[in-house]
Design a protein around this ligand. Structure first.
Ligand SMILES: [Zn+2]
Length: 287
């Protein structure tokens, strides 16, 4: 059986929380999303899409350059920054199917509503958000690419409800979606004390697979797809949990986590979580 390969494309965009306290992290106020193409000799599977029309147009060109037949677009979870490109991708690759679990479908449905698509994302990226298209629900826990199994692993509540990652045992690859972050502040605005523990358990499960490559859905450019990012993510959550326990205001929580993780990208994500959890004067809409 021919071997599989993978390649990722990163796209940088502005963060979602833009009212951060002044600080020395102004150069880090952005976030990248990753989209990963797994391919054999003839066929390919894409994991996750991007936020804006222009980013998804660039993604389509990049997929075409790989000269493979796209069979599936797999969506790891339903957040708009991962699923909004479905319609454009299916139009460019009509023989492909966009698939996700029922959890991904449910969250995509929420993100397709006007209040999120226009009211939230559209306000942050005016005129740039594609028309949402929902994925088909896949009931099986795996699908195939040129005879290789691509395993869908349920990760529960990580940065939102019903998340998953894709495990490709034949090349020891985890395409992590938002279960693992790479040098980027983790999105905790939707989390609770309980769900943060659930997230750590899911990271322990990723670790138990002993992968060689771990592609994070949000990744600092030029960093390797290093499995050490699993432990880094666990440590970040533990630091956040501890900081949440010993602080009382949003600013204290933000500064406490930032002291331990000063150079991760997208501090706005941390500020958004701090405000949501500690209660800021104006509470944030959900991502
Ligand atoms: Zn995300």
């Amino acid at each position: 059986m021919p071997s599989l390969h993978y390649d990722s494309l990163l796209m940088r965009r502005e963060g979602l929380t833009r009212d951060l306290p002044a600080g020395d992290n102004e150069d880090l106020r952005w976030v990248t999303n990753s989209s990963t193409l797994i391919f054999g000799d003839h066929d390919a599977v894409l994991v996750d899409t991007f936020t804006t029309v222009a980013q998804n147009e660039a993604l389509i060109e990049w997929v075409k350059e790989h000269n493979r037949r796209l069979t599936h677009v797999y969506l790891t979870h339903g957040h708009g920054d991962h699923v909004y490109g479905i319609g454009q991708l299916l139009e460019a690759f009509p023989s492909a199917r966009a698939i996700g679990t029922s959890g991904t479908f449910a969250e995509s449905q929420i993100q397709a509503r006007e209040e999120y698509r226009d009211g939230f994302w559209g306000r942050l990226f005016p005129g740039q958000i594609p028309v949402p298209v929902l994925p088909e629900i896949i009931e099986d826990d795996h699908f195939e690419l040129e005879g290789h199994a691509l395993q869908i692993v349920q990760a529960g509540h990580t940065d939102t409800e019903g998340t998953t990652f894709l495990w490709v045992p034949d090349i020891s690859l985890v395409v992590a979606g938002d279960v693992v972050y790479n040098e980027t502040h983790m999105y905790l605005a939707e989390s609770t004390r309980e769900s943060r523990m659930e997230w750590i358990a899911s990271l322990e499960m990723v670790k138990s697979l002993d992968p060689i490559h771990v592609v994070a859905g949000h990744k600092y450019p030029d960093r390797a797809d290093d499995p050490a990012t699993i432990d880094d993510s666990i440590q970040y959550l533990k630091d956040f949990i501890e900081a949440e326990r010993i602080t009382s205001t949003a600013l204290e929580l933000y500064e406490s986590v930032l002291r331990r993780h000063p150079r991760r990208a997208n501090p706005g994500s941390l500020w958004g979580a701090a405000k949501q959890i500690k209660g800021a004067p104006a509470s944030l809409p959900r991502k």
